[in-house]
Design a protein around this ligand. Structure first.
Ligand SMILES: [Zn+2]
Length: 149
């Protein structure tokens, strides 16, 4: 019974093989495959558009001009039909060398900033730890029905 449920669960995840996502990640080579594998395992998504910067979470949270990143996300969503945005911050990031607490704050701030551009797209923030394990630190509702504050 246990195995049957697992099997049904995995089939359910893969029922939309054309599903697509957008991943805003650091350019660090250590963090790419752990995140892509995690997205595949958790969401059954094989096709992920990857946009990178050195310390992406810091760039999205702190930099005024993010036009070039917005341009790439637009192509991913409007043309490639991505339905989800992932924002990643990670352990030992040389492009945004802050502690874990600050990374998590940057990830949340980044996610909320992108929600203002795409309020109907699900935005998921991931913290990747020293074992290269992604952990959800922010998840928007697919459609926000209540306002904050
Ligand atoms: Zn990094």
């Amino acid at each position: 019974m246990f195995f049957r449920i697992l099997e049904m669960h995995s089939v359910d995840k893969k029922k939309n093989p054309s599903a697509r996502a957008t991943c805003l990640n650091c350019m660090d080579g250590r963090v790419q495959l752990p995140v892509l594998n995690w997205i595949h395992e958790q969401y059954g998504i094989d096709c992920v558009d990857i946009i990178t910067e050195a310390g992406m979470d810091g760039v999205l949270a702190l930099q005024d001009n993010i036009d070039e990143i917005i341009r790439s996300i637009k192509i991913s969503i409007d043309i490639n039909k991505s339905e989800r945005i992932f924002i990643v911050g990670h352990y030992d990031c040389r492009g945004n060398s802050v502690d874990e607490k600050a990374h998590r704050e940057h990830i949340i701030k980044s996610a909320k900033r992108l929600r203002t551009h795409w309020p109907k797209i699900e935005v998921i923030g991931l913290w990747v730890d020293d074992q290269w394990r992604p952990d959800i630190c922010y998840k928007s509702l697919k459609l926000e029905l209540k306002t904050e504050g």
